[in-house]
Ligand binder design. Structure first.
Ligand code: SAH
Length: 339
């Protein structure tokens, strides 16, 4: 098992089992989480002979395969995992914040029609250390502390809830990121919202809605066929009652598809009386789909219609989207170049 993701007590038990004094557990903890070592051989406070002995121990760090800096300061990384799979992670600096957009799976089984990751198929779940590594890697490459984490990279986090919860615990306890600075984004998986609510976390939940009615939603999100919109919204309302936390709805705006005046009316009716916020995300064109990005003016009109109907909404600016750096596309480009 990788060392990354373990608590100070677990690390202390581990060093003790190696016949070392227990204070070395605290040292290991500091070097893993705060100095971000990639191998135990780098821990210079450990005796040289022990370090040589530890060389092959799995810390749980990835290898950086590709860097892509965007003109707005966003860093997108392609990371190579121990079994050769690759994932994307993105560091987004905005003012004094540094947000990391982490992946929770290699690929994604949800197959949303406008999503590059969904078009690429699914490989496997990530382990907790593979999620944590993304945050530590962005932190060291951008040379500043990460303040926020969003599970909006590749994958569906509620299909990997156990590992995601472990990673959240560790981000909070060991890396020092407040739960209120962590957002989990999901398309909605039956029964999993209830499960998530039962942990009573302070994190923010974002639900990918993308359509105001069942028919359109299941066209865009195939898995929605097994989770009716009415049930999803009912589960969201229960989640808010149970946790006292507000929900954000994400709505990727596809020109002419889900941004007509009647869509605004349907959405307002769907969310009436529901304390929530709608984030409009202009569609980010991908090569595998034929949707159109809405114009700035059109997006603004749709926003105004929603606001006039009493829906709390705002537009989310996409960042780091020049060339192949949009969601899922860096990995896709690499797979095409080096299959
Ligand atoms: N599986 C989770 C998290 C992954 S993606 C979920 O679906 O919520 C994070 C957000 O980006 C989702 O709302 C997703 O629908 C959106 N997204 C994916 N591809 C996009 C694209 N090409 N343009 C705009 N938004 C996109």
């Amino acid at each position: 098992m990788a060392l990354l993701g373990q608590s100070v007590d677990e690390l202390t038990a581990w060093v003790s089992a190696q016949g070392q004094p227990s204070y070395r557990g605290q040292q290991l903890y500091q070097w893993l989480y705060h100095k971000g070592v990639r191998s135990l051989a780098e821990i210079t406070v450990f005796p040289k002979r022990w370090r040589e002995h530890l060389e092959g121990v799995e810390v749980g760090r990835s290898q950086i395969r590709h860097h892509h800096w965007s003109s707005d300061g966003t860093l997108k990384l392609l990371l190579g995992l121990a079994d050769g799979e690759t994932i994307e992670t993105v560091g987004i600096p905005i003012g004094d914040r540094l947000t990391v957009c982490v992946s929770s799976q290699v690929g994604c089984p949800m197959a949303c029609d406008f999503c590059a990751t969904g078009k690429g198929g699914y490989r496997r779940n990530l382990a907790p250390h593979e999620i944590l590594d993304q945050v530590l890697t962005i932190q060291s490459e951008m040379q500043r502390r990460v303040s926020h984490v969003v599970f909006m990279g590749m994958g569906e986090p509620l299909l990997n809830l156990e590992a995601v919860l472990k990673a959240i615990t560790c981000l909070n306890r060991d890396i020092g990121i407040g739960q209120r600075h962590i957002t989990l984004s999901t398309v909605g998986i039956p029964q999993q919202l209830q499960r998530l609510a039962s942990y009573e976390l302070q994190i923010t939940l974002a639900v990918s809605l993308h359509a105001p009615n069942q028919e359109l939603r299941q066209q865009l999100i195939p898995s929605a066929r097994h989770y009716p919109l009415s049930q999803l919204i009912a589960d969201c309302r229960t989640y808010v009652q149970q946790t006292g936390r507000r929900i954000t709805f994400e709505y990727t705006v596809l020109s002419g598809v889900n941004d007509r005046p009647h869509h605004a009316h349907e959405l307002a009716a769907l969310l009436r009386g529901f304390q929530s916020h709608v984030n409009l995300i202009p569609y980010n064109p991908i090569t595998e789909a034929h949707y159109q990005r809405p114009s700035g003016r059109h997006l603004q009109d749709f926003l105004m219609q929603l606001q006039d109907l009493g829906v709390a909404a705002s537009i989310r600016r996409s960042r780091g989207l020049d060339r192949e750096a949009a969601c899922g596309q860096l990995r896709q480009a690499q797979l095409v170049a080096h299959p």
